[in-house]
Design a protein around this ligand. Structure first.
Ligand SMILES: Cc1cc2nc3c(=O)[nH]c(=O)nc-3n(C[C@H](O)[C@H](O)[C@H](O)COP(=O)(O)O)c2cc1C
Length: 307
């Protein structure tokens, strides 16, 4: 039997498959469709300090090559989250990762601190792909700004580990990954959606009401694998910092690719909209794959791509 456990900081995940932020409900509502006890973890919707309505429709569309969304961080805000959602965390039969977002450092810190107090949330993922109110740039866009943010968040996470989720839109992510680790990140999630534009050729208007949106799904997978490989090879190899490879997993082989590139955990988003049970199938197939490679633990395959 292959040991499928993976560790993020001091938290042990049952297996390397987690559901990505914003794609499985606010607090794992997908549990009505699948058995979450067969997964390594779930990530909540990104929560901000104040409630946000998000962008007006159309804000999510199927795309020939994947999916486009411009949800605009619609969420109920941290106060309602704490009252309505947080009590459910202990009944979720897998590790719960709380995702935090904001438009100022103070907002991030307030949400992170509240998440940290929730029984049943063991890890906090910092979604740094949000524009800040001062210059409109994403917090994750430049390492200096990322440093300023993370050095304020880390101290308020007293009970939870910190994961930093980076976006490939920031270009070469090596300096950003280095900064996240320097600021005490226990893991890196790579990557978020990639900014894209889809145009309806008949109306000649953008398909999404906001115009530009985040592109996700199968077509971004090779980009995400390249990013994971670069960060693993140049930054995390030989450290205890795991990578959660996310982006375009549509079949188990995509998840295996992430592991060979250097991810020890994988995140699934868009594919759950096509087949809600895909994550469970991927977890099972990864085990069979590791057995075929004579591994006693899935960890033996992390970064094991042959050059
Ligand atoms: C509809 C939708 C909503 C998302 N919401 C969030 C979110 O709230 N927070 C976050 O960090 N990422 C969010 N993401 C990004 C995903 O977590 C993931 O990083 C991205 O979609 C790439 O993975 P995939 O190709 O498997 O979907 C969202 C993605 C989609 C498609």
């Amino acid at each position: 039997m292959v040991n499928m456990n993976v560790k993020i900081g001091s938290v042990e995940l049952r297996n390397p498959v987690v559901l990505a932020g914003g794609t499985c409900g606010v607090m794992g509502e997908i549990k009505d469709a699948i058995d979450l006890s067969k997964l390594g973890g779930i990530t909540t919707k990104s929560i901000t300090k104040e409630p946000r309505e998000g962008n007006s429709p159309i804000r999510i569309v199927d795309h020939h090559y994947g999916m486009m969304n411009a949800i605009g961080l619609a969420n109920e805000g941290i106060n309602s989250f704490i009252q309505e959602q947080a009590p459910k965390a202990t009944s979720i039969p897998t590790t719960v990762i709380g995702s935090v977002a904001g438009h100022t450092i103070d907002e991030y810190v307030a949400v992170a601190s509240a998440m940290d107090s929730v029984k049943g949330i063991e890890l906090v993922e910092v979604n740094v792909s949000c524009p800040n109110t001062t210059d409109g740039l994403e917090f994750g866009a430049c390492p200096k700004q990322l440093h300023a943010l993370l050095q304020e968040i880390r101290p308020v996470l007293k009970n939870t580990g910190m994961i930093v989720k980076l976006s490939a839109a920031a270009g070469d992510l090596r300096p950003h990954a280095h900064t996240a680790i320097e600021c005490g990140s226990d893991a890196l999630t790579l990557i978020n959606t990639i900014p894209g534009l889809a145009i309806d050729v008949h109306s000649r208007k953008p398909v999404l009401s906001r115009g530009i949106g985040g592109f996700s799904g199968g077509a971004i997978h090779p980009i995400a694998v390249r990013v994971v490989r670069e960060i693993y090879k140049d930054i995390t190899k030989g450290t205890s910092i795991p990578i959660i490879g996310t982006g375009g997993i549509m079949r188990w082989e995509d998840a295996a690719e992430f592991i060979l590139a250097g991810a020890s955990t994988v995140g699934i988003g868009t594919a759950s909209y096509v087949n809600p049970a895909i994550s469970i199938q991927v977890a099972s197939k990864l085990q069979t794959w590791a057995e075929k490679h004579d591994c006693s633990a899935i960890n033996e395959l992390v970064g094991a791509m042959q050059c």
